[in-house]
Design a protein around this ligand. Sequence first.
Ligand SMILES: Nc1ncnc2c1ncn2[C@@H]1O[C@H](COP(=O)(O)OP(=O)(O)OP(=O)(O)O)[C@@H](O)[C@H]1O
Length: 241
Amino acid sequence: MKTLRIQKSITGTTLGINMQNVQHRYDQSSTAAVLSIPHWQVKQGDRVFLHGDSGSGKTTLLNLLSGILTPTEGTIELLEQPFSTLSARRRDAFRARHIGVVFQQFNLVPYLSVLKNIQLANYFAAKRDKHIEETANTLLAKLNLPANVLHKPANTLSVGQQQRVVIARALINQPELLLVDEPTSALDASARDAFMDILLNMCENAGASLVFVSHDMSLQRFFSTSIDMHSLCQGKVNASC
Ligand SMILES: Nc1ncnc2c1ncn2[C@@H]1O[C@H](COP(=O)(O)OP(=O)(O)OP(=O)(O)O)[C@@H](O)[C@H]1O
């Protein structure tokens, strides 16, 4: 049972993401920010395709949204709760409970089984699923992974299979916000399209917001909203609600 009570805004719409005057500098003494976003709001449940040139700040933005980085200036609210201003400990707890991340580095524990890797995510969320094996199996089946991989060490799976395990791990806690970075790079075209359908269906059923970063512009057609980093940093992307 989730403890967070998501408030409705005055328009009756819940905001999944609300960034105001956000800037990020890796080097505090530098005058130029690597990322500067005047204003960006994403309605809860929206699915956003984010693209941009190499070095335009996509990874930096995902790291800010997942709380791995905090902005040098400005504020980030998630699910209408303060996020960037939380202490590191409370931000970690918020991430474990409400955010699923699928980043390019899989961060699977290589010698642990697929099930143990998924259980770890559930453990850190502090909302244990008593039927974790059954839930994990259902998720893996939806992602077209055979049930017999569940007890195999993660490092014995193919790269494409590991990508699917990372998705299952990200979804196991039914996050309200899913942050995804280039998840289909190891899949061929037909597996990629099947995977996109599954991912988007899962997000829709859960009412989750999705921020999906990719260089592969052919994936844009799966999304109702597509944003390039240049427009975002120019403040040309308005509130979606
Ligand atoms: N840890 C870091 N320390 C200093 N500068 C960094 C760091 N990470 C990224 N940068 C710089 O910040 C800018 C944005 O980088 P970022 O990785 O966010 O871009 P990106 O759009 O994800 O690029 P790509 O598509 O190549 O992955 C770049 O100029 C990069 O050199």
